[in-house]
Design a protein around this ligand. Structure first.
Ligand code: CMC
Length: 382
């Protein structure tokens, strides 16, 4: 029975569908370019800070020093968790997956927000500040509780990257580690309408709220085809015994159509510019922390992949070298994707606020391929 959908363009996976306009990030997948509000990612990674990048994404321009200081103060005032949130964290089973914890706890923030149902732009922005500022405390707090350690109180004299490491480890991070996390947060902050950002936009487009958008996005990010790939990369690296095993491992995967985690991208057919930056970074941090073998293993995988499938446009993506970087920085493997979420909160909120200002319900169609005219058979006759 034909209906309107039979004449519509079917685009499974939305590979060729532009769902709207945005001023947040630009990706040229053929040239390997990524810009946030027109500024090259490499420039931002070298010169900016995560807080400045968040301001840029939310305001479409760089802040003055007064504006940046005011924004940092606004975030720092929200670093801590209430007793209610801490009790909720403590009630979570210690073996829970941290991404489930982050999703649940960001959702829980709504329960103690008196303005939860205020749908003004200002209110949604304020919710975004709360969620962004408190996610590091959620991740660090859960990790300490599951390790049987005391939760460390936030330090509002530190930036987000340093405060996160402080709350995680209970000691002041070195300058190099803090800057490494800061740069990783910059590199992961936004990336067009990727799967999780799309989930956030679909949610706010129903006139739901920022917490619901972020919760949808976190649940979407955790999949291994998206942000969950960084943890899978690390498990893959650990499963390969040594350099000599790389070639047979990669060839076996390619022959049997198994994906090599951390490679390939829906948009980039040239090298992901974030991977280019992270590779240099991973090398330096791995050297400094005695993890050079891990870096060499990674580059050997890349060499074999370049030779075998580079011509098909399959190159390392952001998750490949971020795994070596996070591991060398001493992060538990199951915190890799939560750290991605901690950063991407910025982009999710930017697109959620953008959608909120010029909203249209996102409601695609599918082509029905099932039966028509089937009769209802009573249960005792089936
Ligand atoms: N290893 C081996 N082959 C690959 C890979 C890979 N990682 N990625 C793509 N291919 C091959 C795939 O087998 C297919 O080959 P053929 O045409 O011969 O059937 C071809 O490339 C196209 O693959 P696809 O899966 O149809 O392409 P896609 O646009 O749907 O895939 C992707 C994008 C990211 C899902 C995919 O590359 C993948 O699964 N990569 C591994 C997981 C990963 O690293 N994800 C992180 C993505 S980037 C960070 C983020 O967004 O969070």
């Amino acid at each position: 029975m034909p209906d309107a959908t039979t004449t519509m363009h079917l685009d499974k996976g939305l590979d060729n569908t532009v769902i709207g306009e945005s001023t947040k990030s630009f990706i040229d997948g053929q040239q390997g370019v990524l810009e946030y509000v027109g500024i090259d990612i490499d420039d931002l990674a070298r010169h900016s800070t995560f807080e400045e990048v968040v301001f840029l994404l939310w305001n479409d321009r760089l802040p003055t020093s007064e504006e940046l200081a005011a924004f940092e103060s606004e975030l720092r005032a929200e670093y801590g968790l209430s007793d209610y949130m801490l009790q909720a964290l403590a009630a979570i089973p210690a073996d829970a997956s941290p991404m489930h914890v982050v999703r649940t706890m960001v959702s829980t923030l709504a329960l103690e927000d008196p303005d939860c149902n205020d749908q003004s732009y200002e209110s949604e922005r304020r919710k975004a500040v709360r969620a962004l500022a408190k996610t590091p405390a959620i991740i660090a707090g859960f990790d300490r509780i599951r390790r049987g350690l005391e939760v460390v109180e936030e330090r509002s004299d530190l930036n987000m990257a340093s405060n996160f490491l402080w709350m995680l480890n209970g000691e002041m991070p070195g300058e190099a580690s803090a800057r490494a996390i800061d740069v990783c947060l910059i590199l992961h902050a936004d990336h067009g309408i990727n799967a999780s950002t799309f989930a956030a936009m679909v949610t706010i487009a129903t006139q739901s709220d920022m917490y619901s958008s972020l919760t949808s996005a976190i649940g979407t990010l955790r999949g291994p085809l998206h942000g969950g790939a960084n943890e899978r990369v690390m498990h893959m690296l650990q499963s390969i015994g040594g350099i000599d095993e790389v070639e047979p491992f990669v060839m076996d995967c390619l022959t049997n159509k198994k994906k090599i985690m951390g490679f390939g991208h829906r948009v980039y057919k040239a090298l992901d510019p974030r991977a280019k930056y992270l590779k240099t970074f991973a090398e330096r941090i791995a050297e400094e922390t005695g993890n050079r073998d891990l870096f060499v293993l990674s580059t050997t995988i890349q060499d074999v992949m370049d030779r075998e499938v580079g011509a098909k446009g399959i190159h390392p993506n952001v998750d490949f070298y971020s795994a070596t970087t996070y591991f060398s920085l001493g992060l538990a493997i199951d915190l890799f994707t939560p750290v991605f979420a901690m950063s991407r909160n910025a982009g999710w909120a930017a697109h959620t606020l953008e959608q909120h200002q010029d909203n249209r319900l996102i409601r695609p169609r599918c082509q029905y391929t099932g039966e028509h005219g089937a009769s209802y058979v009573p249960i005792d006759q089936r």
